[in-house]
Design a protein around this ligand. Structure first.
Ligand SMILES: Nc1ncnc2c1ncn2[C@@H]1O[C@H](COP(=O)(O)OP(=O)(O)OP(=O)(O)O)[C@@H](O)[C@H]1O
Ligand SMILES: [Mg+2]
Length: 255
């Protein structure tokens, strides 16, 4: 596939812009010069095989690890400055709240860190949207199931009042009802102009949720475009088959 002309996502104001981001762990090169920009209001999905570097790219964005080369800007601010993250809500891949807190305490702490008050009716509405029993809030998070824990993390993100959501495998461990709830919440956020950067192995979710996707493979974006255009490019009706065709194509970079 040949490089395309710059789109709105690659010029002008971007919510996040990666330029030639390179990251190795020891001798293992994980990111090999990633160029990527996400526009305001864009819903963006990052796909790729296990170990492709999706979480590493997010950790680089959040300044959890040092870059070997390249730059990242969030809303025009260098990513290493804390103010770059002022509008960002993050759900990690393995969300593990402190085990000794109750769900209520956890949400309370997260909201106070974000300068917000605990608005009980808003919290109740959020729990209902995520299908998490409000009675769970009085229990310590160590007794939560995996899906309940994930719902608590999502609730904290969605209650944050932020407008740039970075969610690393947000559907992980969720039942079909909760997945539908998350999609409805995301649709609501889209209506309010929020921006989404998320990773997923569920290509059906990527197709349903995203305006644009990137397949990260061998340290570079292999494909960037609307999920349907990936299918069209390979003449496949299934995004999964198009994905497999894409990653077995000869190496090529693509912003
Ligand atoms: N702290 C670390 N030290 C050494 N290697 C690491 C570290 N973190 C990640 N890696 C390696 O970097 C590569 C990319 O890992 P990463 O977690 O970014 O992949 P991923 O695309 O998020 O995978 P998955 O789909 O399984 O979540 C893997 O080979 C992984 O072993
Ligand atoms: Mg990951």
């Amino acid at each position: 596939m040949t490089a395309t002309a710059p789109t709105n996502a690659t010029r002008g104001a971007a919510v996040v812009r990666f330029a030639q981001v390179t990251k190795s762990y020891g001798a293992a090169a994980v990111l090999r010069g990633v160029d990527l920009a996400i526009s305001p209001g864009e819903f963006f999905g990052l796909a790729g095989l296990n170990g492709a570097g999706k979480t590493t790219l997010i950790k680089c964005m959040l300044d959890f690890c040092a870059l070997d080369a390249g730059t990242i800007e969030i809303l025009g601010v260098p990513h290493s400055e804390p103010r770059a993250r002022a509008r960002l809500a993050f759900l990690p891949e393995r969300f593990l709240p402190p085990y000794y807190l109750t769900g209520r305490d956890f949400l309370g702490f997260m909201l106070s860190l974000q300068g917000r008050t605990f608005d009980a009716p808003a919290v109740e509405r959020m729990l209902a949207a995520l299908d998490l029993d409000p009675a769970a809030l009085t229990r310590p998070v160590r007794v939560y199931s995996k899906g309940m824990t994930q719902k608590l993390g999502l609730a904290a993100c969605f209650l944050s009042g932020r407008d740039f959501f970075v969610l690393d495998e947000p559907m992980s461990g969720l039942d079909p009802k909760a997945r539908a709830g998350v999609k409805a919440l995301l649709a609501e956020l889209r209506g309010r102009g929020a921006t989404l950067f998320f990773t997923s192995h569920a290509l059906a979710d990527v197709e349903e949720i995203c305006d644009r996707m990137v397949i990260l493979h061998q340290g570079v974006p292999y494909f960037a475009g609307a999920p349907r255009s990936l299918c069209d490019h390979y003449g496949e009706s299934s995004l999964e088959r198009a994905f497999l065709r894409c990653i077995s194509a000869p190496a090529h970079g693509h912003g």
